[in-house]
Design a protein around this ligand. Structure first.
Ligand code: NAD
Length: 314
């Protein structure tokens, strides 16, 4: 029997590359697509010799054509960290809107099921805690983060419209902070920032007083949740993330303890519209997908630390 064919956009990025690995492992033919705006080809180079992997260098905001049958599409292309999307605001809006439109069109043409990568950022700076999927969010459309948050909110709307109007099979995952190997050390997110500071002898910078909370999900857990959601029959948004909440100050202390670094923690002003709390309600993922995170933070951080140590020595 011929292999099922899956298109993964953003394939050279952090999450996209792990998804490529998982789908290859599950026996799929994987077509990775990326324009390397924020990704790194090294993340998928190990797949190039495999006959079941193809790579297309393409900007998905332009018309997307893929020859042959397609069974699934996973749309993960988009700048994802605040540093990236603040530097590339127009590309971020375009990939969430035009890019999603192009991929939904492709899904319709190929009769493929499409899963789009949304985000906890659709909840903005939430007034409800933890955030269930029914919460509509608290987003400032004209604030600095609006380019990302609103692109993703539009992505969800147009995905639902294609589902309701054209009958396309759609899935929407709302991803909460995820970490693991292949994150970029300079992407500005808390974990790579703390780890690179710890590894290079700099003080760890905390924005605000460090009392804001985040919850960090290890990448293998996230990928497993996405895999299950794709194969489920549920088309409404589903949160995937780790509900174990931690303050950023505690997190910085954990990283200092893990790396054995002796630096101090220094405090900087909080960026505008920075969310104070972030924690997924994963009741739906538990009930619908039988999913919950398995990797504890201590183990996940250790693996990630080894990856960063090696990356810095290269
Ligand atoms: P990443 O920057 O590592 O990967 C994104 C990839 O998309 C990059 O390889 C980039 O080159 C590619 N890309 C960007 N614009 C493109 C375009 N126009 N055409 C083709 N390729 C393009 O980011 P990531 O952390 O892997 O995030 C992947 C997806 O998951 C994004 O859609 C992001 O919004 C979403 N997400 C990630 C997180 C997280 O914690 N990492 C959380 C919530 C949502």
């Amino acid at each position: 029997m011929s292999k099922k064919r899956v298109l993964i956009t953003g394939a050279a990025g952090f999450l996209g590359s792990h998804l490529c690995d998982r789908f290859i492992k599950e026996g799929y033919h994987v077509i990775g697509m990326d324009n390397l705006l924020t990704g790194n080809i090294k993340n998928i180079e190990h797949l190039f010799p495999l006959p079941e992997f193809e790579y297309y260098h393409h900007d998905v905001t332009k018309f997307v054509h893929v020859p042959g049958q397609l069974d699934y599409i996973l749309h993960f292309a988009s700048p994802a960290s605040p540093i990236d999307y603040l530097k590339k605001p127009i590309q971020t809006l375009k990939v969430g809107s035009l890019g999603t439109h192009n991929l939904l069109g492709l899904a319709k043409e190929k009769k493929a099921r499409i899963l789009v990568a949304s985000t906890s950022e659709v909840y903005g700076d939430p007034n409800v805690h933890p955030q269930p999927e029914e919460y509509w969010g608290n987003v400032n459309p004209v604030g600095p983060r609006g380019v990302y948050d609103e692109a993703k909110r539009f992505m969800e709307s147009i995905t639902m419209a294609y589902h309701n109007f054209h009958g396309v099979e759609t899935r929407i995952v709302r991803i909460f902070n995820t970490y693991g190997p292949r994150m970029r050390l300079d992407d500005g997110r808390a974990l790579p920032a703390f780890m690179s500071q710890a590894l290079t002898g700099q003080d760890l910078t905390l924005f605000g007083d460090g009392s804001q909370t985040r919850s960090f999900c290890y990448v293998d857990d996230l990928v497993d949740g996405i895999y299950r959601l794709l194969l489920s029959d549920y088309h409404m948004p589903v949160n995937i993330g780790n509900p174990e909440e931690i303050t950023l100050k505690q997190f910085a202390e954990e990283i200092l303890a893990l790396t054995g670094a002796r630096q101090e923690i220094v405090y900087m002003p909080l960026p505008k519209d920075d969310p104070k709390q972030r924690k997924p309600d994963i009741t739906k993922a538990r009930q619908l997908l039988g999913w919950e995170p398995k990797v504890n933070r201590k183990d996940g951080l250790k693996i990630t630390y080894e990856y960063f140590k090696e990356a810095l020595n290269k």
